[in-house]
Design a binder for this molecule. Structure first.
Ligand SMILES: Cc1ncc(COP(=O)(O)O)c(C=O)c1O
Length: 454
């Protein structure tokens, strides 16, 4: 039987036992299925912690080499629960949130406000007030309107100026293997560094607006260029653009801001053979290029920060499903595809339907010597686009009752899950040293009915 286990894209704690069954951090898949049911998201705690610590160490070392400090924020949008917020904070990371809900979870975990950031292109007054109340370390503003609203809130509340970063768009969009640099931005996030006509760019206008308000303290400039980035050059180009903007602001106002955030987007392996971005290599490349840019500009280096989400939690997670219906479908005269239906689908992993994202699956409850066949793993939703894995080789004898695992689903799986077709969202369980712990319990039909006011 062909198997990619152990190795990427599986977490480091994933192995097969002598019978060929999957074991995660000492816990057999069959035990997981019996104890928590399927579908279930399974997080390998030690793997997640090691990735968090690895990013922190790699960036601290590389930036220390060029004389700059760096903070790593875990982007909670990838997946956030109280336990995960605690783990990453234990490993020396701060936490980036993108809504009042994410902020509330990080606060419940005991992460101090000073170690939190709040993002969002349309934050509500309540979200901004929550951030101010808890002394959130940085509010990343995304529009001129928000700058005015935040200043007014601080004025009304009294107290210290709110620490603010301005999110800018550098014209660099990255993802996959390449980046493209465009003259302007046609998307909802950030303020463009590109000036049109004689006026200031939207980014410069926003920076000046923050400086004009005594209720706001301008910490720095923020740039996030994309996701699943496998080529470091996009980060380097964007960092240069941000440093140039920082220098231009200093020349104009005498204010050289202290901080620059380079965002998240560090790519991971989803399929066997994919090569994830190596944190040590990317940290060295980016540190060297910001040092060179700052030297060219004649400005001292700021303190940097980054916001990886997927790279911390993605590879640490897998989804365990039970196979139901198996149906051969003739695609053309030469090709037959085996449609393998599982007990979840687009409600627990929307990424294949939304982005055409590719995943890898294996039958994990037993060893099979049957020759492999071309298969498509699909869910149980009333939607033909309800695909979990577009194309994968599975043993030809795959059958109802088999356990099937999909690798690298820790990021943007549960966090983007829905109740489509009124399916209940699966639990998230953590495994470590042979122990299973539920982080989020499975939803029940009673949970769904409790929302329905009749
Ligand atoms: C501002 C910001 N920071 C960080 C991230 C995390 O990206 P990733 O999970 O790809 O590292 C995102 C993702 O959308 C983002 O918008």
């Amino acid at each position: 039987m062909s198997t990619s286990i152990p190795g990427e894209p599986w977490s480091t704690g994933v192995a097969r036992d002598d019978e060929g069954a999957l074991v995660v951090a000492g816990v057999p898949a069959a035990r997981l299925a019996a104890e928590v049911g399927t579908p279930a998201y399974v997080l390998d705690e030690a793997d997640l912690r090691a990735r968090a610590a690895g990013y922190r160490r790699a960036f601290a070392a590389a930036f220390a080499e060029v004389g700059a400090g760096v903070d790593v924020y875990y982007a909670g949008k990838a997946f956030l629960s109280v336990a995960v917020a605690r783990w990453v904070h234990d490993e020396g990371l701060r936490v980036d949130t993108a809504s009042g809900g994410e902020l509330a979870v990080a606060l419940r975990a005991g992460v101090p406000g000073a170690d939190l950031g709040l993002h969002g292109n349309n934050k509500s007054d309540d979200e901004l007030a929550l951030a101010l109340e808890h002394g959130v370390g940085r509010i990343i503003v995304d529009s001129l309107v928000e700058i005015e609203r935040l200043a007014a809130l601080v004025r009304a509340r009294g107290g210290a100026p709110a620490p603010v970063m301005v999110r800018v768009t550098t014209g660099v969009h990255a993802g996959g293997h390449e980046y493209i640099s465009t003259a302007h931005e046609d998307q909802k996030f950030g303020l463009s560094v590109a000036a049109h006509g004689d006026g200031d760019s939207p980014a410069m206008t926003a920076l000046l607006a923050v400086l004009s308000h005594p209720e706001l303290h301008l910490l720095g400039i923020h740039s996030h260029i994309g996701s699943q980035i496998l080529d470091p050059s996009g980060f380097e180009v964007a960092a240069r653009v941000v440093l140039a903007l920082r220098a231009a602001l200093a020349e104009r106002t005498g204010v050289l801001v202290d901080e620059v955030d380079l965002g998240g987007g560090y790519g991971i392996a989803y399929l066997p053979g994919d090569v994830a971005l190596d944190p040590d290599r990317i940290a060295k490349d980016v540190a060297a290029s910001v040092a060179a840019a700052a030297a060219e500009l004649g400005t001292p280096l700021p303190r940097f920060s980054i916001e990886p989400g997927r790279a911390i939690v993605g590879p640490a997670g897998l989804t365990l499903y039970t196979v139901g219906t198996v149906k051969p479908v003739r695609v053309d005269d030469e090709t037959e595809r085996l449609y393998v239906s599982v007990d979840g689908g687009m409600s627990d992993n929307i990424r294949p339907a939304l982005y055409g994202a590719r995943y890898h699956a294996e039958v994990v409850g037993r060893l099979s010597s049957a020759p492999s066949v071309l298969a498509r793993v699909v869910g149980k939703h009333c939607e033909s686009g309800d695909v979990v894995v577009h194309e994968v080789q599975l043993p030809g004898d795959v059958r109802a009752g088999d356990l099937l695992a999909v690798a690298a689903t820790g990021a943007y799986g549960r966090s983007m899950a829905s109740n489509y077709n009124l399916l209940t969202r699966p639990p998230v369980v953590a495994v470590r040293g042979g122990e299973v712990r539920t982080l989020l319990r499975r939803e029940t039909v009673d949970d769904l009915l409790a929302l329905d006011q009749g």
